[in-house]
Design a protein. Sequence first.
Length: 270
Amino acid sequence: MSAVGIKPIVEVQFGDYIYPGFNQLVTEVAKSCYLSCGKFPVSMILRVPVGAYGGGGPYHSGCVETTLLSIKGIKVAYPSNAADMKGLMKAAFYDPNPVVMLEHKGLYWSKVPGTEDAKSPEPSKNYILPLGKANIILRADEERINNGETCVIITYGMGVYWAKAAAKQFTDQVEIIDLRTLYPLDEALVFDRVKSHGKCLVLTEEQQNNSFAEALAGRISKNCFRFLDAPVEVLGALNVPAIPMNIELEKAVLPDAGKLAKRIEYLLKS
């Protein structure tokens, strides 16, 4: 379809079912432009609902961003609210590269308690958010930043709402960055804010070991080393093969505002 000038918009539902399509995504979609010296770019959007909600179990709850980000030649967006979804989708439509849109199903209609801000008035018809531009959704007090009493949380998707809930316990001490796009990544903003605060936590819903979040923490450590007052923290899901179907076990596996608040308290005291 892309070869004849049509812009395909395809959906895989859910992230856990994306793996049978990886052959085409890796060997054809991601490589075509590179192998043809730009003569045959594949311009498409792949929408993928992801994330745990309501006991969906091991085949309806996974987050797959780390696996996708290992593929060179695609872009990956992960909006946290409806307005960003529209702006990033339009940017993806006009982008000549293949773009994967990861959409947390618990944020559809703000189904998870505490995610009411995922709903938003629809932006204008021509509203576009450039890929690769993160957003500061909560700022810390400047005086407390200068006194070394703050930290910055870098997150995306459902993590935005865990971070906002946890930050209420630390008035004016927490800054939150919503990445919005995981590749390209807004490294300039991330590094600038980490250098300002000196303390940083990367928050993800994915199982933590060998994750994008851990890779990002390593990149931050290397580029901001002289400005850090403490090691870069990472908080993700427990390292289990899949999200349990039992709702109580699902809660035990996933991060939440309470678990995050404990890590923030520890980081601020470091």
